[in-house]
Design a protein around this ligand. Structure first.
Ligand SMILES: NC(=O)c1ccc[n+]([C@@H]2O[C@H](COP(=O)([O-])OP(=O)(O)OC[C@H]3O[C@@H](n4cnc5c(N)ncnc54)[C@H](O)[C@@H]3O)[C@@H](O)[C@H]2O)c1
Length: 347
């Protein structure tokens, strides 16, 4: 019998594991940083060690949702000129709303009590973000295009096919996908572009989360990797490099760990509360696995486990990602975690 606690207060700030999303989608992460604006022309502080700048004259971000807005905000904060593209004006104004809210929070911390300076900061960053519903013209002038649209392979493939045709020959095309193979998304791009195709996987919330996974396909060139690494450093991120494999680094390790925690609960080895306490106090994790599962969303975790068990490279049929009865049951009953008010815990 599984006991569900009445309520659990999750850490709201500081170190934490963040999450995925599926659509549709997914992603995870750990640790946090601060939004520290600086010019990419003057990078070189202790965390930001880019040596050549500017790395890209113009960046286009496709998708103005949670992730795209965060990526646009972060790049603009570090002086990049950004075109943020979504399908409708409504979606763009929602994205802009996320950005303004987040920038105001940053401004308040950076310029405590100095309201004119706070407004100047917000206006300055916003002035570098142009909103558009026209993918083709936004892509035509960009030398880095970061795709952050919904997590659907056919949609992404179609978009990359268009981008390949309209983007300048030297432009790099990157996807922020959490769970789809970069090579498969890039099937629609021509042979010449394949070397300039990579994953650039940010974590949520982008302005705070330090990690960026750079994902290389078999065709991605060293030059592309170097440019993306320099770009990531120039926006004060910590880039890591990974092959194009399911879950890249963070999710590949995190998902089997979460699945094993559920199996432990299913076997009756310990309660969810005790497993969470054990991992926080014994392993130093900022959240226990069940708190993290609820934070990520149980539907998302199920989506990933099911997909990997079915056809994940090196994972299909593996016990590491075997779907869980308990997880299926919770999702079936609408207990999706924090977002639905209940998951392993009640909120
Ligand atoms: N949410 C996370 O925690 C997270 C973390 C890392 C990576 N990701 C990945 O980032 C991507 C976006 O995730 P999200 O959470 O921002 O999703 P979201 O649903 O918040 O935003 C997606 C946006 O893309 C727009 N869009 C859809 N099709 C488009 C098109 N053809 N052209 C332009 N815009 C289009 C939608 O209107 C929407 O505004 C996904 O691939 C996801 O896997 C998500």
């Amino acid at each position: 019998m599984i006991r569900i606690a009445r309520s659990v207060v999750l850490p709201r700030s500081g170190r934490r594991f963040a999450a995925f999303q599926h659509s549709s989608s997914s992603s995870y992460s750990s640790s946090s940083s601060t939004d520290r604006p600086s010019s990419h022309a003057t990078v070189g502080n202790k965390d930001s060690v880019a040596e050549t700048a500017p790395h890209f004259a113009s960046i286009t971000v496709l998708g103005g949702g949670q992730m795209g807005a965060g990526i646009a905000q972060t790049a603009a904060t570090f002086n990049y000129t950004v075109n943020l593209v979504d399908m409708s004006d409504d979606a763009l104004s929602r994205g802009q709303g996320y950005i303004i809210k987040s920038l105001k929070r940053v401004a308040k911390m950076r310029f405590k009590g100095d309201e004119p300076q706070q407004s100047r900061f917000v206006d300055d960053v916003l002035s570098r973000i142009k909103l558009s519903t026209d993918t083709e013209s936004a892509a035509a002038g960009a030398d880095l295009i970061i795709e952050a649209i919904i997590e659907q392979i056919e949609t992404k493939r179609a978009v990359f096919g268009v981008l390949d045709k309209v983007a300048p020959a030297e432009a790099i095309l990157a996807s922020n996908t959490s769970s789809l193979p970069i090579g498969a998304i890039g099937e629609a791009v021509g042979d010449k572009r394949k070397g300039q195709l990579a994953g650039l996987h940010f974590f949520n919330p982008v302005p705070q989360m330090k990690l960026v996974e750079i994902v290389r396909t078999e065709r991605t060139t060293d030059e592309t990797i170097d440019r993306l690494r320099a770009f990531a450093k120039s926006i004060d991120k910590a880039p890591v490099l990974c092959r194009d494999t399911p879950g890249f680094i963070v999710n590949r390790l995190l998902v089997p760990y979460l699945a094993e925690a559920i199996r432990m609960l299913e076997r009756g080895d310990a309660t969810a509360e005790d497993i969470d306490t054990a991992m926080k106090c014994g392993a130093g994790y900022p959240m226990g696995p069940f708190q993290l599962l609820d934070y990520v969303g149980l539907d998302t975790v199920k989506f990933i486990l099911d997909g990997w068990y079915k056809e994940g490279e090196g994972l299909a049929g593996s016990d590491l990602v075997r779907p869980s009865e308990k997880l299926d049951e919770l999702v079936r009953n609408g207990r999706l975690g924090v977002k639905s008010g209940a998951g392993f815990y009640d909120y």
